[in-house]
Design a protein around this ligand. Structure first.
Ligand SMILES: Nc1nc2c(ncn2[C@@H]2O[C@H](COP(=O)(O)OP(=O)(O)OP(=O)(O)O)[C@@H](O)[C@H]2O)c(=O)[nH]1
Ligand SMILES: [Mg+2]
Length: 373
């Protein structure tokens, strides 16, 4: 990796990098829809193709009519992979909730909506998929109940219908967002690792969304709490190279999807749920977890009108809004009734002051796959 290039999600002075995450019940057409929108098949594993389901997080780049690029994270809908979904959703700015016209709102539709709410991701679009199979009206009405105010667009990835409307809605939503990385420039880098793997001859690579700061070739970074867990002390690694969407860059910007090639740390010393942090960080590993209960009904920030009939939101069960949060997190404190982070579930480690936490998504063990991006 050598020459400096402008990363594809960066349009200087025009648009901050944003990440879009899919959500929704298994088989509701998330991966097919992302394929139709981007031309990228995000199911890379042989097992995924054999079983016809997503298992791992998938990545793509979506170009919107305005010219803006969105990094896309496609999540699995299977109930057993909800931790993978949480890991993918942790760095996103807006969601694309997929609800199949012939199935309507299902358990993981609700579960993913609760995860998004818990993570503070309140802006997004609902796609009622498979509109070629059944009239989308009923599913659209259910969507309006679940995510009041979110725009609802009927699509058929198979027939190619509704895709332009969906792109336009995503553009409108993106235009109203500043992105979670806004104002995070100039701060020490924070990247929540959602994948790690090795590339022959290059060594360990970690990927994730850069929440704040920048990361570039030659930087010294820390890995938390992996380092403490395995060696009982803080350790550093050196950044050998950086890629954004498979393209080498000298320095990745906050909000971008980043792959970082590291020296000085083994593949088995870092994994999903760990945090890569830049020099001078105020992060410290901790097993202190504050939990905040939110019993308010689901809410969603409208970015335009919905095509579905408006209905009053249903009463949500008490657990629906229960969300873990790190109130004393080194990230910005969570808003009054939502969580900004999750706690890792691995062996607890304490490095610094008890009031500091290293927020990180819990995640399922990944079956392994390149390419970075
Ligand atoms: N008729 C029709 N079938 C569709 C459409 N979109 C997806 N499908 C089919 O629905 C099935 C599931 O699609 P996927 O895209 O894998 O669903 P998914 O939501 O990504 O599934 P998981 O990732 O496993 O949760 C596949 O057989 C698709 O071919 C559509 O617009 N119309
Ligand atoms: Mg899928």
């Amino acid at each position: 990796m050598s020459a400096m290039e402008v990363a594809p999600t960066t349009v200087p002075g025009v648009a901050a990098p944003l990440t879009l995450g899919t959500a929704g019940h298994i088989d509701h057409g998330k991966t097919t829809l992302i394929g139709a929108l981007t031309g990228t098949q995000t199911d890379r594993l042989i097992e995924e193709r054999r079983r016809g389901i997503s298992i791992e997080l998938g990545y793509a780049l979506l170009e919107l009519p305005s010219g803006r690029g969105l990094s896309v994270i496609d999540v699995p809908g299977h109930e057993r992979f909800v931790r993978t979904m949480v890991a993918g959703a942790s760095g996103i700015d807006l969601y694309l909730m997929c609800i199949a016209a012939d199935d309507g709102v299902m358990p993981q539709t609700r579960e993913h909506a609760a995860v998004l709410r818990g993570l503070g991701v309140e802006t997004g679009v609902v796609a009622v998929t498979k509109a070629d199979v059944l009239d989308p009206a009923l599913a659209a009405a259910e969507a309006a109940d679940l995510l009041p105010g979110a725009p609802v667009v009927a699509v058929s990835a198979r027939m190619g219908t509704g895709l332009d409307d969906l792109r336009a809605e995503l553009d409108r939503c993106a235009a109203g967002l500043v992105g979670r990385a806004a104002g995070a420039d100039g701060q020490p880098a924070v990247l929540h690792v959602d994948r790690s793997f090795t590339i022959k001859g290059a060594g360990t690579v970690v990927t994730g969304t850069l929440w704040r700061g920048t990361v570039g070739r030659g930087d010294t970074v820390e890995l938390l709490p992996a380092a403490a867990r395995d060696r009982g002390q803080r350790i550093s690694a050196r950044v050998r190279s950086v890629q954004v969407h498979d393209r080498p860059v000298d320095r990745a910007q906050p909000g971008q999807r980043v792959a970082v090639n590291l020296t000085g740390v083994g593949r088995d010393e870092v994994g999903r749920g760990d945090v890569l942090s830049g020099g001078g960080t105020d992060l410290a590993a901790s097993h202190v977890l504050d939990v905040q209960l939110d019993e308010r009904p689901p809410r969603s920030r409208a970015c335009t009108s919905t095509t579905a009939p408006a209905r009053p939101p249903p009463a949500s069960p008490p657990w629906a809004g229960a969300s873990p949060s790190c109130a004393s997190s080194v990230l910005s404190p969570p808003p009054a009734a939502s969580a900004s982070c999750c706690a890792r579930s691995r062996r607890p480690t304490r490095l610094g002051a008890p009031s500091s936490s290293t927020p990180a998504p819990a995640g399922a063990a990944p079956p392994a796959p390149p390419p970075p991006g």
